[in-house]
Each structure stands twice: as structure tokens, then as C-alpha cells.
Design a protein around this ligand. Structure first.
Ligand code: 9D3
Length: 245
């Protein structure tokens, strides 16, 4: 899988992606990452990438031509078909399902905007899709592009170890995680739940499922609405609810 990011701040992308899971995937050549700066595609003395909005109003808008030329170079650097995605607050909210579909694409060109955004004709003519990372304001598309790169890379075959991969498609998928504990067993008055020290793996599994269901019900009831629970899960959730005052 090949990622190309069009950005005025290329070091932001290469620096952050060089750590952890993404850094390792790049080193092992499971993914490649290239950055393209629209400023390198300007031709005027001041390397102008932005201009004032037609119709007036505050802020500046990224100009069409340098974005277009940067995307074209990114496409030519690839070998097959590319998908061009503009990261913006107006985009469709990214979900695990949307990112799973992106795994089948051999080249993902991510365009990060700055200022008030890009000339809309770039979105219309050059982009295949427009994605958002959620309903809050960030200062530009770079952090959003990094989220996409991280989340997609984790889904690619061979990136995660066996244990993490197994965790990824566990039976608790679609639920919030259960609570985790490690040593020490006692922190002042706060102890580890007895069941986790019991060595009874069936009891531990049931307790974790109950916690995952209960926390999802408390914190993210929207996630339970689209989920079919087994009879066992319904029983565990009822038990959890009855234990809440
Ligand atoms: C305060 C400026 N806003 C006026 C209503 C518009 C605005 C312009 C540009 C808000 C944010 C941005 C920059 N954001 C992104 O480039 C961005 C983003 C986001 O802000 N939220 C969620 N997902 C994304 S993806 C890219």
C-alpha cells in the first residue's frame, strides 16, 4: 500500500509516521509514504499557495493549480489506480468500516488543507472522496491524514503481530474494551477484582464480556443499537445493570 500526502507541512507527516506501528510498517516496506508540498509547484517569486476568497469574508483559500500539480505528481509516482481523498470538516465521518474498504486500494492520496480550505473546483475535479475525523475543529488536514494512515496501516496483513491481530477480530468487536489491571495487586485501598486473580479462565472471560457490555451501555449506547447480542450477552448486561445503583 502506498500513501501520498499533499501538505504544506510535510515534516509533520513524515515525523509522526516514523514512530511505532506505522514507522515499523514503513521500515518493513509493507507501506510506503511520500509527501508532496504544493509550495514546490508554484511559479511566482513568493511561492503563493493561497488567495482571498471570491465573495469576500475572512481567511484565505488554497489555490487550485499547485494542489492539482502536486496530486498529479503523486499519481505519476504510483503504478496503478489511485484514490484521492480530501480531508475536511465537510467530509463523511471516518469509521472502521470506511477504513477497512481503503485497505483494498493500492494508492491513497491524502490532501491536507490549511487556511479556510481549498478552491471547491479542486474537490470537484481532482478528488474522489472527502473525509472528516469528527465533529470538532482542528487547524488543518495533517493530523487527520495521520489518523487515516495509522488506522489503515494497522489493518494491513503482516503489520500487527499474531496477538494484536487476534485481538482485532475478537468476539468483543463493536464493544468498548473491558478494564485492564497489572501489578501491584493493591494500590492503597484500591484492589484488583478478585476474579482476575482466580485463575478461572471461563469466569474471567465472562467478567470481561460483562464489563465490555456494561461500559458500552453506560458510555456509548449508540454502539449497542446496531448490535445483535447473544442470549448469554443479554444475561450478562442485565446482570450488570442490576448491579448499578
Ligand atoms: C474556524 C474555521 N471554520 C469556520 C466555520 C472552518 C474551518 C476551516 C478549516 C474549520 C476547520 C478547518 C481545518 N480543518 C481541517 O482541515 C480538517 C478537519 C476538521 O477541522 N475537523 C474534522 N475533520 C477534519 S479533516 C480536516
Amino acid at each position: 500500500m502506498r500513501f501520498d500526502v499533499v501538505t504544506l507541512f510535510p515534516e509533520m507527516i513524515t515525523a509522526a509516521a516514523s514512530y511505532g506501528v506505522t514507522g515499523r510498517a514503513i521500515e518493513r516496506e509493507i507501506v510506503s509514504l511520500s509527501v508532496w508540498n504544493p509550495r514546490d509547484y508554484t511559479h511566482d517569486k513568493h511561492k503563493t499557495v493561497d488567495d482571498r476568497p471570491y465573495g469576500g469574508g475572512p481567511g484565505m483559500v488554497m489555490k487550485y493549480q499547485s494542489l492539482h500539480d502536486a496530486v498529479n505528481d503523486a499519481k505519476q509516482a504510483g503504478s496503478g489506480t489511485a484514490k484521492v481523498v480530501y480531508l475536511s470538516p465537510q467530509g463523511k465521518p471516518i469509521t472502521q468500516a470506511l477504513l477497512s474498504e481503503a485497505c483494498d486500494i493500492s494508492q491513497l492520496i491524502l490532501v491536507a488543507g490549511r487556511y479556510e480550505g481549498v478552491d471547491e473546483r479542486f474537490v470537484d475535479r481532482d478528488c474522489d472522496d472527502e473525509w472528516s475525523v469528527g465533529d470538532y475543529v482542528i487547524s488543518g488536514g495533517e493530523l487527520a491524514a495521520l489518523i487515516v494512515i495509522d488506522a489503515v496501516t494497522r489493518l494491513l496483513p503482516g503489520v500487527l503481530g499474531h496477538k494484536e491481530s487476534a485481538l482485532q477480530d475478537s468476539h468483543m468487536n463493536g464493544l468498548l474494551d473491558y478494564p485492564h489491571f497489572t501489578r501491584p495487586e493493591q494500590l492503597e485501598t484500591c484492589s484488583v477484582p478478585d476474579v482476575l486473580l482466580s485463575g478461572n479462565h471461563a469466569d474471567i472471560e465472562r467478567w470481561r464480556m460483562k464489563q465490555a457490555l456494561g461500559r458500552t451501555w453506560q458510555r456509548r449506547p449508540d454502539l449497542l443499537k446496531n448490535k445483535n447480542l447473544s442470549a448469554e450477552q443479554e444475561y450478562l448486561l442485565t446482570q450488570f445493570k442490576s448491579e448499578v445503583e
